[in-house]
Design a protein around this ligand. Structure first.
Ligand code: SF4
Ligand code: SF4
Ligand code: SF4
Length: 884
């Protein structure tokens, strides 16, 4: 940092050469009044309150004037006061000054300025005309209110929305006294482009933007967001063992203080009165057919369950579990739980029950990513180093630079991901990268927010991504743009792969995908010629019967261009961590294969127990085996298989057949009604541990609140049951001790091959294509306001959820005799769902899309499995739409 010397109010200070006068003054604790300046935004110079006098007598706005060597500045001279005072008086006169009752009292910048300038309120009342009318507030957003009467028109919210959120949901409207900040067309905020991030709210200098969810805390606890796998740092504000505030952690390199709506406003589920507080045991076997509905909306536990002590619950569970063989047991672990919870869960299944039947909901989202990566480049690249003791860990590339690779990329390819909805803060990173000059390529049949930023947006027919990606690879090879030295040095099987590309000349790729060949060529060139690059993908490419091959086509493209950064966008906060810590039927922690005798022996010696040599069953296979009666015990942690898995009838038959179900969670859900025991667990805010984000960075989760009632951390519950069953190796006192064991079992893992593998691929259409009875392609979309079960416990998120929206192109709508806003039924071969038709040109003709608010939508989708990863084809099926 280059420094210079300047003088402000007779103080000689060492100043930053690249900063303005205002920035240097504030850095040296010299106050200059300002309203429109904010350190996160470009200076606007519009409020004019930061005027200073230069030594030549000129007045300048200090927020825009760069500091120069030898400058002499006065911040409060008579000349400055002469201009600044009437400006502040005018603002005060136009402001509804109910300071005593204002939520911003004590933190209001206008109050501070008035006090600093000793402006007398009485004088204002006597000399100025106050606003005659009260403009109604905009309280359409459930999380915050805009009170126009207190707005000082500083524009900070407008610039925040433009510069930081890059949404531009609001702007100045009207003239003179009628000027106000409002969305386009003066719509209510909730009906605008606003994504409810609250970034404007936390920057508003006065009480014009106020949220009841952001009150002043007594203390703050640093932790990690429990929603998506970006892994944003949070500061939970606590007062009287209650959550009163959430702030983005500006010291977190992941989000640098920014948060999306779920991180900032979506945590009230923690204190929901519906939280489980005591262990429950089933009273009778009778199941009320209507209980399902009541479970989803309330807790009829007194009808079905009785509260019991932990002691009684442990005793009962231990007694029951003794009766079952390894093959009769399965454990479904949770991608929401910490690494420590998950490590203990898989150790419990393997050591206590002798079973490898352990899996998670990753099977339903990213198992193809896992399968393809393990086969070709190895999870070594992705798995973190669990650094002993410190629990602050490194990223997969060893840089620990947290998404920096994305922001500094020269090219970014996004496939099958609506990134600004599913991983909002990462979406901002991509937008920032584009601002920095990155070339963005988006592959998405539907127009998503990020398409506005793309150099090349390709709209393939749904389910044809493999042909498009192989078509791009073919063009790169034909034009000699591949990285031959990288391939020679690090890769195998290139020649066979190259041969398979002959099936994907541009013309065929165009015919299969519907994307013009020139567009495919342009995208291929951009991607090959701009390095370094990254590829991000999500369930839009994995949830197919060909999901693993789709991901393999991504990896081929990456290897071809010299190994561009690969980022599967894991869904839930700790999806990757659950896999890393061994919640997989075929891998121990650290991706050591169960089928490898050396790996098994290693874990047998580490855990002091003979282990089952047979890899276990995947989640869909567990359901099959339970339905057949082979699996008799299900231990389900933090999951609702009844809602998530399809077809519903089959899952119901399976859970009804199970002899013993333990359900461990923070809430009751639809699966609970079939449980024999329900165990209350602590939420992320009530325990210590770690989460691993999608960049493979392991981050500390810290306890901020006491768990409700008798709830306990998941690891502790599992350890207590293991100890009841007299097993050794579960004597942990805290998560640090568990992490220390994770470190030791994942240390010194024999390195996987350093050579990467190309995979020759052929194209197969999706398992189901449209026909005369089901002429449309049905797909699902992630809703910004919905993320699994917990978001359904947050009233504000529920209010904003695009519930029941059936998105359809207007042309198709007319062809099928439906009108915009009308009730419709979507029918597939597998089920039906009712919703509201929503006409939009962002959906191409032939496609119909439903927001994935409830996992119930999975019931409509094709259950055909990907052969390798065993994921059902949840992303696409044939359907028709009828008016209701
Ligand atoms: S709402 Fe707040 S941030 Fe926006 S212009 Fe008004 S005072 Fe400034
Ligand atoms: S909440 Fe976010 S998206 Fe909405 S207006 Fe404010 S900054 Fe823009
Ligand atoms: S982007 Fe993901 S991790 Fe970050 S605040 Fe939003 S939901 Fe939480």
């Amino acid at each position: 940092m280059e420094t210079i010397y300047i003088t402000i109010d007779d103080q000689h200070i060492t100043a930053r050469k690249d900063a303005t006068i205002l920035e240097n003054a504030l850095a040296n604790k010299i106050y200059i009044p300002h309203l429109c300046y904010h350190p996160d935004l470009k200076p606007a110079g519009s409020c004019r309150l930061c005027l200073v006098e230069m030594d030549d007598g000129k007045l300048v706005t200090s927020c825009r004037m760069p500091a120069k060597e030898g400058m002499v500045v006065r911040t409060n001279s008579p000349a400055v006061d002469k201009v600044r005072r009437p400006l502040v008086e005018m603002i005060l006169a136009n402001h509804h000054m109910e300071c005593k009752t204002c939520d911003k009292k004590g933190q209001c910048v206008l109050q501070k300025i008035r006090a600093y300038m000793k402006i007398d309120k009485k004088r204002i009342r006597e000399h100025f005309r106050f606003p005659q009318e009260t403009v109604p507030p905009d309280d359409s957003n459930p999380f915050f209110t805009r009170d126009h009467n207190k707005c000082v028109l500083c524009g900070i919210c407008v610039r925040t929305c433009q510069e930081i959120q890059k949404v531009s949901a609001i702007d100045f409207a009207g003239r003179g006294n009628n000027t106000k900040i409002t969305p386009f067309g003066d719509k209510p905020l909730a009906a605008s482009q606003c994504v409810s991030c609250g970034e404007c709210v936390i920057r508003c200098p006065v009480g014009a933007l106020i949220s009841p969810y952001l009150r002043r805390p007594a203390q703050e606890v640093r932790t990690i967001c429990p929603y998506c796998s970006v892994g944003c740092g949070l500061l939970l504000g606590i007062r009287d063992n209650a959550l009163v505030n959430v702030r983005g952690d500006s010291e977190s390199p992941v989000n640098k203080g920014l948060l999306c709506v779920k991180g900032r406003f979506g945590l009230s589920f923690i204190t929901s009165p519906e939280r489980l507080t005591s262990p429950l045991m089933r009273k009778s076997k009778i199941q009320n057919p209507k209980s399902k509905i009541r479970y989803a909306s309330g807790i009829p536990k007194s009808e079905i369950f009785k509260e019991v002590s932990w002691d009684k619950a442990y005793e009962f569970i231990a007694r029951k579990l003794k009766n079952y063989t390894p093959g009769e047991f399965a454990l479904i672990a949770s991608t929401k739980c910490t690494n420590e919870d998950n490590y203990i869960a898989q150790k419990f299944a393997r050591v206590v029950m002798g079973s490898n039947n352990i899996d998670t909901s990753v099977r339903l989202s990213h198992s193809p990513s896992l399968t393809a990566i393990v086969k070709t480049v190895g999870m070594n690249l992705f798995s973190p180093t669990f650094d002993k003791g410190e629990r602050l860990l490194s990223s997969r590339h060893g840089t620990g630079e947290f998404w920096t690779e994305i922001e500094q990329a020269a090219s970014i390819l996004i496939v099958g991901a609506n990134i600004t909805r599913s991983h909002p803060i990462l979406g901002l990173r991509v937008k920032k990268a584009v601002e920095n000059g990155a070339r963005l390529i988006v592959i998405s049949p539907r127009e998503t927010d990020i398409c506005r930023f793309a150099d090349a947006w390709m709209k393939p027919y749904p389910g044809t991504d493999l042909a498009l990606l192989m078509g791009m690879s073919n063009i790169i090879v034909e034009n000699g743009l591949f990285d031959s030295s990288f391939i020679e040095k690090y890769c195998d099987n290139f020649e066979n792969f190259k041969e398979s590309l002959e099936d994907f000349p541009s013309g065929r790729a165009e015919r299969i995908t519907g994307v013009p060949r020139d567009r495919i060529g342009e995208a291929a060139m951009i991607f090959a010629m701009n390095k370094p690059g990254v590829i991000l993908w999500s369930t839009g490419i994995t949830q197919y019967a060909q999901g693993t091959n789709n991901v393999l086509s991504i990896i081929n493209l990456s290897l071809l261009t010299g190994m561009k950064g690969l980022y599967p966008l894991w869904g839930q906060n700790n999806a990757l961590g659950a896999c890393d810590t061994g919640c997989l039927p075929d891998f121990y922690p650290g991706y050591q294969a169960v089928a490898l005798p050396e790996a098994r022996k290693r874990f047998e010696s580490l855990w002091g127990r003979k282990l089952n040599e047979k890899p276990g069953l995947t989640l869909p296979e567990i359901i099959d085996a339970t339905q057949k009666g082979t699996i008799k015990v299900l231990y389900i942690i933090g999951s609702d298989i009844m809602s998530k898995l399809a077809p519903e009838k089959k899952v119901k038959a399976a859970v009804e057949k199970a002899e013993f179900i333990i359900h461990q969670d923070i809430f009751l859900n639809e699966t609970s009604q079939f449980a024999h025991v329900v165990l209350p667990s602590a939420s992320f805010a009530e325990k210590d541990g770690t989460f691993t984000n999608a960049e493979s960075v392991v981050q500390s989760v810290n306890q901020a609140l006491e768990p409700p009632g008798h709830a306990l951390p998941d690891w502790e519950i599992l350890c207590k049951i293991a100890k009841r069953l007299k097993f050794k190796g579960f004597d942990f006192n805290c998560p640090e001790e568990i992490m220390s064991e994770i470190s030791s079992v994942t240390a010194d893992i024999p390195a996987q091959s350093k050579r990467f593998l190309f995979t020759p691929l052929g194209y197969k259409p999706p398992a189901e294509v449209p026909d005369i009875d089901y002429p449309l392609v049905l797909t699902t979309e992630r809703d910004l306001y919905s993320e699994g079960f917990i978001s359904g416990k947050v009233e504000g998120l529920k209010a904003l959820q695009a519930r029941d929206n059936v998105y359809i192109n207007p042309k198709d709508g007319l062809d099928f005799g439906i009108s915009d806003g009308e009730g419709v039924r979507v029918i597939s071969r597998w089920g039906k769902i009712d919703g509201m038709a929503h006409f939009t040109r962002s959906i191409p003709t032939g496609l119909v899309s439903i927001d994935l608010v409830e996992e119930k939508i999975n019931q409509l989708m094709n259950p055909s499995l990907d052969e390798k990863a065993k994921i059902p084809e949840l992303k696409i099926c044939a359907a028709r739409v009828e008016p209701l």
